[in-house]
Ligand binder design. Structure first.
Ligand SMILES: N[C@@H](CCC(=O)N[C@@H](CS)C(=O)NCC(=O)O)C(=O)O
Length: 274
């Protein structure tokens, strides 16, 4: 664990050098750092060559980028921001003030999929996006199905009740059926082939939370209906980069409770030393 500066006690960085050394030996580093809030002083820009991820511990989009950074074994530092009370300085880095946002050698990159492609193209390591145009197009089309049908309805299922919830669940499943079908087109366990690729990481954050959200009988995914997706989920849970970036469900449960009470607490689960 590297502390970026003594001036900013809340600004700390994550070192994933263990991952760089060996994919099978994850650093096991958890993001357990307090979030910058409205009124906070902006941290200095990252040092030359350092990748900084402006993030939030509970954002699935930022989780996508953490996964890609970890998968490629890139050292990076994390600055968490509070989404309910976003710091003013964040708007001058990213006009949308959304996480994830990357800072790297004076450049700023935002939007999770854009960040992930940037990281994939700029840094060495195994390539996560295929070069072959049709393969790349297939990934893009599945991503579009996820974004249109499954991702938003996953959130809707967790936030709504009754008929609206059931309808959202049906559309979510309709989207998932394309993923089930795609997995059936090869023997490989991941969308990326023998190892997870771009799409695996971009849809994973929601799958990690299935056990938290889709648990009621009327909105429970049935393994018999999506056997390949369930096998894929199990294989993903085994990956070192997935373990490194995971947040415990018990902490997530507390976060969701704080959000439902109208006060999402980005620092929940941290102790005084964080
Ligand atoms: N399309 C964006 C979505 C990112 C996003 O919505 N992030 C949320 C946190 S999960 C955020 O920063 N929200 C701040 C806001 O919109 O107020 C991406 O893929 O990066």
């Amino acid at each position: 664990m590297v502390f970026v500066t003594s001036r900013l006690t809340t600004l700390q960085s994550i070192t994933l050098s263990a991952l760089r050394r060996s994919e099978s030996a994850p650093a096991g580093t958890m993001l357990t750092k307090r979030a910058f809030k409205t009124g906070s002083t902006a941290p200095d820009p990252p040092a030359p060559g350092v990748v900084r991820l402006i993030s939030n511990r509970f954002c699935p989009y930022a989780h996508r980028t953490r996964l890609v950074l970890a998968a490629k074994g890139i050292d990076y530092e994390t600055v968490n921001v509070c989404l309910a009370k976003r710091p003013e300085w964040f708007f001058s880095i990213n006009p949308l003030a959304k996480v994830p946002t990357l800072q790297h050698d004076g450049k700023v990159v935002y939007e999770s999929l854009v960040c992930n492609e940037y990281v994939d193209r700029v840094f060495p390591g195994r390539k996560l996006l295929p070069e072959e145009p049709l393969e790349k197009a297939r990934i893009g089309m599945l991503q579009a199905i996820w974004d249109a049908k499954s991702g938003p309805n996953f959130m809707k299922v967790t936030m709504t009740k009754g008929e609206e919830r059931q309808k959202a669940f049906e559309v979510l499943k309709e989207g998932l059926s394309f993923f089930e079908k795609h997995l059936g087109t090869s023997e490989a366990p991941f969308f990326g082939g023998e190892q997870p690729g771009f799409l695996d990481y971009s849809i994973w954050p929601w799958f990690e939370l299935l056990g938290l959200f889709l648990t009621d009988d009327d909105v429970k995914l049935q393994e018999a209906e999506f056997p390949r997706v369930f096998a894929w989920q199990a294989a993903m849970f085994d990956r070192p980069e997935v373990k490194t970036c995971a947040c415990e469900l018990s902490v997530w449960t507390k976060y969701v409770a704080s959000a439902r009470a109208g006060n999402p607490d980005s620092d929940i689960g941290l102790d005084d030393s964080d």
